[in-house]
Design a protein around this ligand. Structure first.
Ligand code: NPG
Length: 368
């Protein structure tokens, strides 16, 4: 495979409703899309780098810089045997996983299209449909939170995740548990607590949550191990886990019982698959996180989620939960049983809508 041309685009896409986490609120997504010409095939990837360096250090600007000034020169025109080799070729650049994932995942789309295979099959996926959950941002009142949960359950979603932060934790969880005693419920703190908050987090044990996601520092695997010893609720790690070595450390230290895998955070499909395989061997279930992706990133998430150890519902939901109109055809739909069918068309299995992408494009750079 040879990369002949790379088009970087920044599109702006407004969320249907602002999304609030413990680190801030997003309403307009700036999304960096990668269109790679690989042996004449148009292949697509999406960087999940955010507008601000609050979830992690990467931003749209850093991803653009790394793609144009480092990753493109490393791969351009080079003969590459398989998409599975790209991750190791990019190793000289440290970190910048969201920039790498945008390009690496495009190579996987290209190889699947060349082989006339759905990407899920090329990755080794075994599921025909994937189970879906929703992630609900921090809401101004308990009433609004309950209404959002009611709607998601009516739409069929299999589990509810709510965002928490200090001061908005036990109370909203209690309100939900009283109203919906039997639902699969979890919370995500996005690193908003410290180990000293263990007694407070321990109160959550009485609500029978599926898990508490990333309560402590974004790089602090050690303290999560201490916290997990004190909690009955399983800890799921997200921000702490950038690669398979982090995953191994967290598992061996007992810092978590579940891992969230995000393509952007781990650097693409090859890294994600290595992490998946390690977790499977260690009996640690995984699920696919979401980064408010457009349809391109969502399509890659669906393919990855078809691997066998993606045993828990992920944050991969229907296009219409996020956007008035997505940028792919067909849009991602969720069944009344809360599942997404893994597409059977070659590559990512959804067609990018070029006219719509063009009309949303704020900046473009073509590298040849
Ligand atoms: O459904 O795509 C989605 C959002 C899932 O909660 C979600 N993402 O911390 O995992 C997270 C959170 C997030 C959102 C992180 C935006 C960064 C930016």
């Amino acid at each position: 495979m040879r990369l002949r041309k790379l088009t970087l685009r920044e599109i702006h896409l407004r969320l249907l409703a602002p999304f609030q986490t413990s680190f801030g609120t997003t309403d307009l997504r700036r999304i960096l899309l990668v269109e790679a010409d690989i042996d004449g095939i148009a292949a697509w990837g999406e960087s999940t780098a955010g507008e601000n360096p609050f979830y992690c250090y990467e931003t749209v600007e850093t991803a653009w810089h790394i793609l144009r000034d480092y990753l493109w020169p490393m791969l351009r025109g080079r003969e590459i045997a398989a998409a599975a080799d790209v991750w190791d070729l990019l190793a000289p650049v440290r970190g910048h996983h969201m920039a790498k994932a945008a390009l690496e995942t495009a190579f996987w789309d290209a190889e699947a299209k060349q082989k006339n295979l759905p990407l899920a099959k090329l990755l080794g996926g075994t599921r025909e449909e994937i189970p879906c959950g929703v992630s609900i941002g921090i809401q101004p009142t308990a009433g609004e939170l309950i209404a959002k949960v009611e709607k998601a359950l009516a739409d069929g979603y299999q589990r509810i995740k709510i965002k928490i932060k200090p001061g908005l934790d036990a109370a909203p969880v209690r309100a939900l548990r009283e109203k919906f005693p039997g639902i699969r419920l979890m919370v995500d703190a996005n690193s908003a607590y410290r180990l000293e908050d263990a007694p407070l987090l321990k109160q959550l044990d009485s609500f029978h949550l599926m898990m508490i996601e990333q309560p402590l520092g974004c790089d602090d695997i050690f303290s999560h191990a201490e916290l997990q010893r004190q909690l009955e609720t399983p800890i799921c790690l997200d921000e702490c886990i950038h690669n398979v070595d982090d995953a191994r450390a967290a598992i061996e230290l007992g810092a978590c019982q579940i891992i969230n895998i995000k393509l952007g955070r781990v650097g693409g499909h090859t890294s994600a698959r290595r992490m998946h395989d390690l977790c499977q061997a260690k009996s640690i279930p995984v699920w696919c996180g979401g980064m408010l992706e457009s349809g391109i990133g969502r399509a890659h998430n669906i393919a990855m989620s078809s691997l066998p150890n993606f045993a828990l519902p992920g944050d991969v939901a229907a296009s219409r939960r996020y956007w008035q109109e997505d940028i792919i055809e067909p849009e991602v739909e969720v069944s009344s049983r809360g599942t997404i069918r893994v597409p059977s068309a070659p590559g990512i299995g959804y067609a990018p809508r070029l006219d719509r992408i063009e009309s949303l494009t704020q900046r473009r750079e073509v590298l040849e």
